[in-house]
Design a protein around this ligand. Structure first.
Ligand code: FAD
Length: 355
């Protein structure tokens, strides 16, 4: 008699859910991804900027050490999924308001062992010929990657499906059922799905599903704004992060801008999006006009200690948490280790969550 396949339900088709599906799907598993939206990356992943970097982390912290491992793991993912090279770019330039601050940033990053270069005005102009207000110095990270989050998630999900996973869109998980302290099923808007293991990768929705089981994971939602502009021509080659704007242009020429967002902001996201057009016209020689495509707020699932929550939950057997920020950076690496833990009982290097 053939051995019964291990039944795994993954809640959420964001970066965590799809990376988990990609690594868990196999002939020995029966992986089902349930997504409440009509397509992958409907949640915060679809509103992410897509910068794979360590430069925003705090050197010396546990979270920064994890970022570094996750970033160094990305080239292996690109090798496994060659489609990614069709929507990825490399390199970032970061500078502060004064040269002294930029030099300080460079020194901190260099001391932390990061592969950064301090580049001067001439080099910056060569790297970014359309930049008008060229700073005297910038930190250049040639290994940083800009990925398209929506396409990455689509690629991971396609690959998971090729390995045997099934995906159900427009279906919401309303509760996780347990029997004798072990997950036994998920109840969805379409019915009941029996399972041996549930991966809770619902991004901001993880908190609510956890609380239904009496588990408070302590998630804090942190809003940020993503602006997208249509443009006919390429004019930005790298990820650029200066005092006025954090911007990149994808290979299809779409311009992305990420900004922080506060609940007390007076203007709507679209008004901010329109007003940023003048900043772009000021900062760049624009080869063709830009028009705002979308201005969307995404709620980043963060935790006070800046670490993700990944691992089996002590209170409910068979329930595995997979959430945290920055998900685009962390999820592909963490999901690979998590799959080994779930399928083979290997103890992962990243430790357990602390719900
Ligand atoms: C403006 C902005 C810029 C960002 N830039 C970066 C960046 O450069 N680099 C980086 O690494 N990170 C970045 N992030 C953060 C990143 O987007 C998140 O850390 C990451 O996307 C979280 O992924 P997730 O899979 O946990 O959540 P989500 O993408 O929200 O995925 C969860 C999915 O679960 C589904 N879901 C929820 N509840 C249920 C339910 N009950 N039943 C079924 N489905 C459900 C949702 O519809 C959603 O699709 C940025 C975020 C923002 C807003």
């Amino acid at each position: 008699m053939p051995l019964q396949k291990r039944r795994i339900v993954i809640i959420g088709a964001g970066i965590f859910g799809t990376a988990m599906a990609y690594h868990l799907a196999s002939p020995k598993t029966d992986v089902v991804v349930i997504e409440s939206g009509p397509k992958p990356a409907c949640g915060v992943t679809g509103r992410a900027f897509g910068w794979i970097n360590t430069v925003h982390g705090v050197p010396g912290s546990e979270s920064h050490a994890l970022w570094r491992k996750a970033v160094s793991d990305y080239p292996a993912l690109i090798q496994d999924l060659p489609e990614m090279s069709g929507f990825s770019r490399h390199g970032s330039l970061l500078w502060h308001a004064t040269t002294q601050e930029t030099e300080q940033l460079f020194a901190t990053r260099q001391d932390a062992g990061e592969a950064v270069e301090l580049v001067d005005r001439t080099t910056i102009s060569r790297l970014e010929p359309h930049l008008r207000n060229v700073p005297d110095a910038a930190v250049f990270s040639s290994d940083d990657i800009a990925i398209d989050p929506i396409r990455l998630v689509g690629t991971l999900l396609d690959a998971a499906q090729t390995r045997g996973a099934t995906v159900r869109f427009d279906e919401t998980v309303t509760s996780i059922e347990t029997t004798n302290g072990h997950v036994s099923a998920v109840r969805t808007s379409a019915g009941l799905i029996e399972t041996d293991c549930v991966i809770l990768a619902a991004g901001p929705g993880t908190d609510m599903l956890g609380k239904q089981l009496g588990i408070d994971i302590g998630m804090v939602l942190s809003p940020a704004l993503l602006l997208r502009y249509a443009c006919d021509s390429p004019f930005i080659r790298h990820i650029l992060d200066g005092p006025r704007v954090e911007v990149r242009q994808s290979l299809d020429n779409t311009v992305f801008i990420a900004m922080s967002w506060h609940a007390d902001m007076e203007e709507t996201p679209s008004i901010i999006g329109e007003s940023i057009l003048s900043v772009l016209a000021d900062e760049f020689d624009l080869p063709s006009p830009l028009s705002l495509i979308s201005a969307e707020i995404g709620h980043r699932p963060t935790f006070e200690d800046k670490l993700p929550r990944i691992g089996f939950v002590a209170e409910v057997k068979g329930l595995y948490l997979a959430t945290g920020h920055p998900g685009l950076i962390l999820a592909p690496y963490l999901a690979r280790l998590a799959a080994r833990e779930i399928l083979h009982g290997e103890t992962p290097e990243f430790g357990s969550p602390s719900p």
